[in-house]
Design a protein around this ligand. Structure first.
Ligand code: NAD
Length: 473
């Protein structure tokens, strides 16, 4: 679908990427059509009484694929939300879950409003009303459709959704599993808030660890010392920047909607966030140069550019001026199809959203499992592991006649906590998924890029699920 200026829509962008990958498969046309289209689109309006008076708001929930249930995907709170955008994001969720082997179909939701213009009480009323609209049509439930946070929403909103659902279904034992990204005290899992950013870091770390791939880009192996630019300092961008900094990368620029700050010697992420909280703007950070427009930061010379704000930030207009060697897509759909063609010709490595930002849904999956099992990860085995490791240490000490220093002993004998297990599962998922995609890319010289390889990986897995279900021969 093209708009009046001939620009292709976000959903069309996703579908073009799908088609490019589908050429490398031998799946029947009907099966590919079934995978590509949205299975169900719920568009609705609802009246709410906010402090501004009675308003009618527009909401959506799109369930893209039922090849696995429940379906899963965030809820976006944005005045720019549209049906096309929700469909595109729902489709990306399907492919994303397949790439990281999370057993869900894809979905996405949105409410067309800007929460920054409303009080907390108003946002709660809107969230609870939207939730009851989903319940009314069976678009919410632990085995049906499980939302999560997205742009403009967070743990607080997820807690309201869980509470509304539990009110409608009193006594339903698995009610908490109807939504993920909840606060830990409300059934969330430790590590979910930072999961997407941490997953981005693990993904970039794995990509940078391949010496041959880095050599082709004119870079050294490893993430340490790489110059990084991040656009968007929300949940995804902040955590991605912070973990990259902790991993030894140099954060040379950070961009928010009011502009960007640049310092080739490096910025301290937390200090920039503190400055923005105190002054109301990212600009005028001590020692840094101001860039008046956020978009200008994308054109700075750097090794890794992480767009982590919104879709369609790298277009055919600015792609020729992008000087990054690696683009790590933190946001969903930040690069248009036309822009990517330009970037690939320039030899830029694009690590696609549907893989790189999958850390959030991966840890959401862990949260869902925790809610269904009604037990904190590590609760059963932490002490057991500790005593087993302690016995090994004692045996080593006895045979060598030397004692471990107390601090070292504590580190070695520690049993795994929930956060340790979540991070371990996340790192394993991101690392093995990257290698699956890279192997597909390397296995066929005609596959042009990592995105096509990731789509190919997803299409094959979803096709297999449909064949196993007996729906397609
Ligand atoms: P968020 O609302 O927490 O943060 C977005 C940030 O981007 C905000 O700080 C906002 O001020 C900033 N921003 C808006 N317009 C900007 C512009 N033009 N330039 C620079 N900054 C701008 O949202 P989020 O959860 O971090 O999501 C960001 C992106 O990541 C979205 O595309 C979302 O779909 C995607 N994503 C989020 C998750 C998740 O777990 N939250 C998971 C996967 C993908």
């Amino acid at each position: 679908m093209n708009d009046s200026k001939g620009k292709i829509s976000f959903f069309e962008n996703v579908n073009r990427n799908f088609d490019r990958a589908a050429q490398f498969t031998s799946h029947p046309k009907g099966l590919l059509e079934q995978i590509k289209g949205c299975n169900s689109v719920y568009s609705f309006q609802f009246p709410v009484r906010t402090s501004k008076g009675l308003e009618v708001m527009r909401g959506w929930r799109v369930e893209h694929s039922y090849h696995k249930l429940p379906v899963k995907g965030g809820i976006r709170y944005s005045e720019n939300a549209s049906e096309d955008e929700v469909k595109a994001l729902a489709a990306l969720m399907t492919y994303k879950c397949a790439v990281v082997d999370v057993p869900f179909g894809g979905a996405k939701g949105a409410i067309k409003f800007n929460p920054k213009n409303y009080s907390v009480t108003d946002i709660e009323v809107v969230t609870r009303r939207y939730t009851s609209e989903l319940i009314r049509k069976n678009y919410l439930g632990p085995g049906v459709d499980v939302p999560a946070p997205d742009y403009g929403s967070g743990p607080r909103e997820m807690a309201w959704i869980a509470d509304t659902y539990a009110t409608f279904y009193p006594g339903k034992i698995d009610a908490l599993a109807c939504v993920t990204g909840k606060p830990v005290a409300e059934g969330g899992v430790r590590g979910r808030t930072e999961a997407t950013g941490k997953g981005i870091f693990f993904g970039l770390q794995e990509a940078c660890d391949n010496a041959n791939d880095m050599k082709k880009l004119g870079l050294n192996r490893g993430i340490s010392g790489k110059r990084v630019v991040v656009q968007g300092l929300g949940n995804v961008g902040y955590h991605a920047a912070k973990f990259c900094q902790e991993g030894g990368a140099v954060i040379v620029a950070l961009a928010e909607y009011e502009g960007a700050v640049y310092n080739p010697k490096g910025l301290d992420v937390d200090a920039v966030v503190k400055h923005r909280k105190e002054t109301g703007s990212i600009l005028k950070f001590p020692g840094a140069k101001d860039l008046p427009h956020s978009i200008d930061a994308l054109e700075l010379e750097c090794d890794i550019l992480i767009p982590a704000a919104l879709e369609e930030q790298i277009t055919e207009e600015n792609a020729p001026r992008i000087r990054a060697k690696i683009i790590g897509e933190g946001a969903n759909g930040p690069t248009t199809v036309a822009a990517e063609e330009i970037l690939l010709k320039k030899g830029v490595m694009v690590i696609p959203d549907m893989y790189l930002n999958a850390g959030g849904v991966t840890v959401s999956y862990f949260e869902w499992l925790k809610n269904l099992s009604h037990v904190r990860f590590g609760r059963m085995d932490k002490r057991f592991e500790h005593s087993a490791f302690d016995k090994i240490v004692q045996a080593v000490e006895k045979s060598t006649g030397k004692s471990f220093p107390e601090e070292e002993r504590k580190l070695i004998t520690k049993g795994a906590d929930e956060i340790d297990l979540v991070n371990s599962g996340l790192e394993e998922t991101m690392t093995s998924a990257y290698n699956q995609i890279r192997e597909i890319l390397k296995s066929n010289g005609k596959i042009p890029d990592l995105r096509t390889a990731a789509f190919l990986n997803a299409i094959d897995k979803i096709a297999t699920a449909y064949v196993e279900l007996g729906i397609f021969p």
